[in-house]
Write a protein that binds this ligand. Structure first.
Ligand SMILES: Cc1ncc(COP(=O)(O)O)c(C=O)c1O
Length: 434
């Protein structure tokens, strides 16, 4: 690794706790040869501070679906910057963005924009508590992240700083396990305000599961929040709710909605959302109120993104690429008899890769080695996020890189892993101590 990367890494840790503003961007999430600090992205490529170019499968934490620095989106954002970017009263841009989103997605009767996903999922939980007059929040146990706020982080291994009283207010249920949902309601009658879950991840919902959750919740007077931070603008233009044919009470979007711009949204049923308004006589709910929540460059970008999604088959491309990717990568794994060790699996539009040692246990050292060897081939693959800039040509390059990486993985599995790893293994984000 060249000098500028190391220099910048040192500066980052001197001035930023964790060296980055997102834990999943941190050094402990990457092999030691990964680029430390990036300068720019275009299409599906990123460049580091030493000028090295990588084919990227991280896509800014899955927030970029149309490729980095999309010209149409950029032009739309530039126009809004020229118009002042943030004005004294609501901007025409924010009003039109709200109208256009609600017209596109039928269960979005009203919307509140924000800059980050955590803001909108936390607002959804607060709104559900206000609407139901109940205090408990139930979250899906298998899904890794909903918010950096206390209601969620207090229910993980990294709960330091969250009062115990708050920790106790979050319950868990299991994905694709309706009895676990029913059991939770039986144990806490009339206490659960809402359930929050992603409609799908790399694991798809079983037939009837999502509707079953909605039915059980409604029967028990609770609200269902479907968090479409990752699935929105990826599974379908109208989100995974459309793809799986369910109607949420509240829905949250972010990531792909802004193609890298900071845009998130809480949307849903008018009777619930209206509680945050000023035209009712019930007790007021201080919903989302931020200086920059409707920043015009982000919402201008969103308006253009909505057009692009309606004019072109963005999600079709992502599914198609994902299917070819899964077939191609699993075939390469088979070439090296690694099909039980490095497994590319799950929902084709947003799959995952799982690394297992010869005993079948999940192996972070093997995962680290695979990513390390892909980096050596110029491919940055911390997880699998696709964009419309990923085409057959990129897939061919990726398969070539994987052949070399998996050759090394196969040697390591037949020898000593430590001899192949250049640095420490990746660690889980949710751990109590460093
Ligand atoms: C499912 C889900 N919900 C919420 C969030 C929080 O979004 P943000 O990082 O924009 O605050 C994330 C971010 O990774 C997410 O994946």
């Amino acid at each position: 690794m060249n000098n500028r990367n190391s220099e910048m890494q040192e500066i980052a840790h001197k001035h930023i706790p964790g060296g980055a503003h997102t834990y999943s961007r941190g050094d402990d999430q990457y092999p030691s040869n990964a680029p430390k600090v990036l300068v720019r992205g275009k299409g599906c490529h990123v460049w580091d501070v030493d000028g090295n170019k990588f084919l990227d499968y991280g896509m800014a934490l899955r927030s970029v679906t149309l490729g980095y620095s999309n010209d149409r989106v950029n032009q739309a954002a530039f126009r809004e910057i020229e118009f002042g970017n943030n004005l004294t009263r609501p901007s025409e841009t924010e009003v039109m963005a709200a109208k256009e989103l609600c017209e596109l997605i039928p269960w979005c009767e009203m919307v509140k924009f924000a800059k980050n996903g955590s803001t909108v999922t936390s607002a959804a939980a607060k709104l559900a508590r206000a609407f139901t007059g109940r205090k408990l929040i139930a979250r899906c146990a298998e899904q890794p992240f909903f918010s950096f706020d206390d209601w969620f982080i207090g229910d993980t291994a990294v709960k330091s700083g969250v009062p115990e009283d708050i920790q106790k207010l979050t319950l868990q249920f299991h994905f694709n396990d309706l009895p676990s949902v029913q059991k939770m309601f039986d144990a806490h009658p009339n206490e659960i305000a809402c359930l929050i879950l992603e409609p799908a991840t790399s694991v798809e919902p079983a037939q009837g599961f999502l509707q079953g959750v909605i039915d059980i919740a409604h029967k028990n007077g609770a609200i269902v929040i479907l968090d479409e931070m990752i699935s929105g603008f990826r599974w379908h233009t109208q989100g995974a709710c459309k793809y799986y044919g369910v109607t949420p009470d509240l829905v949250t979007f972010g990531k792909g909605m802004g193609n890298g711009f900071s845009v998130a949204a809480l949307a849903g049923r008018r009777d619930i959302m209206e509680l945050g308004g000023i035209h009712h006589s019930s007790e007021r709910v201080f919903l989302i109120s931020t200086t920059h929540g409707a920043e015009m460059c982000g919402l201008g970008a969103l308006r253009e993104i909505l057009k692009i999604y309606q004019e072109t088959n963005v999600c079709g491309h992502l599914w198609n690429f994902g299917n070819k990717f899964l077939t191609g990568m699993n075939n390469v794994a088979k070439e090296f008899q690694l099909e039980n060790n490095i497994i590319f699996e799950g929902t084709a539009v947003s799959p995952q890769f799982t690394c297992k040692d010869p005993s079948g246990a999940i192996s972070l050292p093997l995962r680290t080695l695979f990513i390390q060897e892909m980096v050596k081939q110029g491919v940055l693959m911390p997880w699998l996020a696709f964009s419309t800039a990923h085409t057959d040509a990129e897939l061919e390059i990726t398969l070539g890189a994987a052949r070399k990486a998996l050759h090394v993985c196969s040697q390591a599995l037949n020898g000593k892993m430590e001899n192949f790893l250049q640095g420490p293994a990746i660690k889980p984000v949710f751990r109590k101590f460093n």
